[in-house]
Design a protein around this ligand. Structure first.
Ligand code: FAD
Length: 383
């Protein structure tokens, strides 16, 4: 660890922010980590908001560098392929690697966030301020304003890093100062979470797979959880005759799933309640430039480049950002005015590539994985 350095503010104690705090503290920085929510380790989980995610090698590599991979992977469930559920007939398994020895890992988002928070809090130099919502930032001085339960609080830092997610307030402040441009492309699809509980204490579906119900204009996926339940995510248009809004009664919900997802209702006793009470999340792609201003304010993770979730790479990408920023600081001798532009230069093209791939994968997952041509091609590739 290097000598003690100045205080850096990280806004957002989500996945990227907590990991970043760990990396910066390791470099000898004082880190103030500001989070708008209360401490998630003591509170309740928000209903129906993406409780698990697929962690791949890109994300694991980052965790390995701070020695957290073992703890996180202890509860991970490796998914070795896709299990395709047709409307009629038996589900079909498509291995991710022909040999079945490679997998992506289903992990609890909350447990991952908590593990990162605890790791950050344990490091000397890291101070975490919960219930601090950033509402003001002067990019020329690093002066910040936070709303807290006690009222408005003023803070300042020599460098402010926005890891505050797709709706980033840091990005919003830079936009307000006219030093950044952004484009937000929302899909006309949203997502809703549904649950398949364990049956007799066991998984109701094969836990070694990511389950997909491709239905053309809609799609559902399910990932296993350590408590032997599955979290299903239904993707469907938000408006129109065939959309979330079109199922207005319990009977209509039951009828829809019996027709289009017939293997689900027997496994999901709370289907109607979940459908009626879980929110519909929005899906979109965030692009902005620049990702930094004067080496004083920077953006990373979803704050810089949120993507649609169909490649399961948003968090993995955010973790890669942290590793790359750490590398840029190494190469620039911790000169932020050089490291932040270098970080953008190295990462922006990759972020754009995965944004496009994620959109393209939606078409593949909701449609092509079920086609006989695709299944044949996959078999040839894996032969
Ligand atoms: P976030 O996780 O959004 O964290 C931002 C943090 O900032 C939060 O704690 C928030 O409370 C805080 N914050 C926000 N505003 C303020 C403010 N004004 N002041 C202070 N704090 C603030 N990725 C994968 O890699 N694999 C997957 O399988 C996967 N599945 C997904 C499924 C769905 C349905 C969705 C929606 C996303 C999925 N993702 C997946 C993407 C992944 O969730 C995000 O890319 C990842 O969470 C980004 O991390 P982040 O830290 O940048 O942002």
């Amino acid at each position: 660890m290097s000598a003690e350095r100045e205080e850096i503010a990280v806004v957002g104690a989500g996945l990227a922010g907590c990991l970043l705090a760990c990396f910066l503290a390791r470099r000898g920085y004082q880190v103030a980590l500001y989070e708008r929510r209360p401490d998630p380790r003591t509170g309740t989980v928000e209903r129906g908001r993406s409780i698990n995610l697929a962690l791949s090698e890109r994300g694991l590599d980052a965790l390995r560098r701070i020695g957290l991979d073992g703890q996180v992977m202890a509860d991970a469930l490796p998914m070795r392929g896709r299990m395709i559920h047709p409307v009629a007939g038996e589900p079909q398994f498509q291995s991710y690697s022909g040999t079945g020895d490679r997998a992506i890992n289903s992990i609890s988002r909350g447990a991952l966030n908590n593990a990162l928070l605890t790791a950050a809090a344990a490091l000397p130099g890291v101070r975490i301020a919960f219930d601090h919502r950033l509402v003001g930032l002067d990019p020329t001085t690093g002066d910040m304003t936070f709303e807290t339960p006690q009222g408005k609080v003023a803070e300042t830092a020599s460098v402010v890093l926005g890891a505050d997610g797709a709706g980033s307030a840091v990005r919003g402040q830079l936009l307000g100062y006219g030093v950044l441009t952004e484009s937000l492309d929302f899909l006309d699809y949203g997502y809703k979470e549904l649950t398949i509980p364990p049956i007799g204490g066991e998984f109701a579906l094969d836990p070694d797979a990511l389950h997909i119900w491709p239905r053309g204009t809609s799609m559902m996926i399910a990932l296993p959880n350590p408590d032997r339940s599955f979290t299903c995510t239904l993707f469907w248009p938000t408006h129109g005759t065939a959309s979330f809004a079109s199922l207005g009664s319990p009977a209509a919900i039951e009828q829809h799933f019996a027709t289009h997802y017939p293997d689900l209702p027997p496994l999901a006793p709370n289907l109607v309640d979940d459908y009626q009470h879980n929110p519909v999340g929005v899906l979109g792609t965030v692009r902005c430039t620049p990702w930094q201003v004067d080496g004083r304010v920077g953006l990373l993770g979803d704050a810089a480049h949120a993507i649609v979730p169909f490649y399961g790479q948003g968090a993995n990408c955010a973790f890669e950002d942290v590793v790359e920023l750490d590398r840029c600081l190494d190469e620039c001798d911790d000169e932020w005015s050089a490291a932040l532009p270098l970080f953008q230069q190295r990462r922006q093209a990759d972020a754009e590539a995965i944004a496009r791939m994620a959109l393209a994968n939606f078409v593949e997952m909701r449609d092509k994985v079920a086609s006989p041509v695709f299944r044949t091609r996959k078999r040839v590739e894996h032969a």
